[in-house]
Design a protein around this ligand. Structure first.
Ligand code: NI
Ligand code: MN
Length: 228
């Protein structure tokens, strides 16, 4: 059985026709085509609190009465913002939800909400290993290259890996190509580039370099859907 993966721009993807949405950042995303109200889901997965990931997650979770999954501290923060169903987790932990299995993976990155007069820090960011209909999809979140990716690839036959390539805040091109090799996923999809002038990576270059190493990669445009 196949699973649909849809790209909403930046680091936002939905899996399984709206079962799960990851990092719904739409209303403030200059490249997004959809509004938060367009997103239908049972689960909202948030890799970390930075505004380009937490984005519209609270609104989307409320509107869908969906369960919001994040690291413990961020999940409880979202609960205090009025999200009824939250499921706090932490790195290394997994859980079976109705929409599939979710495991939190290491991401070498920070997690904070920056307001005009405060910075609320949540310590760890994470990635997600999502298993739906027997398909394993890995969303790296925002992260630098890390050796944990080799272990993740060795222990899991990944069908798809979504990897940041934009540099500055995350892996850049060179490291993302190395990450694709460590993970050995059936397919990798680049993300977290081009949204802002500071992260202007060329996704076609990423794809060409990964393919040169004998692995599959493809660029998804905002709105694209693929069957995994
Ligand atoms: Ni970030
Ligand atoms: Mn980011």
């Amino acid at each position: 059985m196949s699973v649909t993966l849809k790209y909403h721009g930046h680091s936002c993807f939905s899996i399984a026709g709206g079962g799960v949405v990851i990092d719904p950042f739409l209303s403030e995303n200059p490249s997004a085509k959809e509004r938060p109200a367009d997103i239908k889901c049972e689960g909202v997965l948030v890799t970390h609190a930075h505004s380009d990931h937490l984005g519209d997650a609270i609104q989307v979770a409320k509107a869908n009465n969906a369960v919001l999954v994040a690291t413990y501290e961020l999940a409880l923060y979202c609960q205090r913002q009025g999200v009824e169903k939250v499921f706090p987790m932490h790195i290394g932990g997994g859980h079976d939800f109705e929409f599939g299995h979710v495991k939190l993976t290491v991401a070498q990155h920070g997690s904070a909400i920056v307001t005009d007069d405060d910075i609320i820090c949540f310590d760890n960011a994470c990635g997600f290993l999502v298993t739906v209909e027997g398909k394993k999809l890995y969303h790296a979140g925002d992260t630098g290259l890390c050796a944990d990716m080799e272990l993740l690839g060795r222990l899991n036959q990944l069908d798809v890996a979504m990897l940041p390539i934009g540099d500055v805040f995350t892996m850049g091109m060179d490291d993302a190509v190395i990450a694709a090799g460590l993970l050995g996923a059936g397919l990798t999809v680049p993300m977290h580039y081009g949204t802002y002038p500071v992260i202007p990576a060329d996704p076609e270059e990423y794809v060409a370099r990964v393919q040169k190493n004998g692995l599959q990669a493809r660029v998804m445009q905002t709105g694209d859907e693929i069957e995994v």
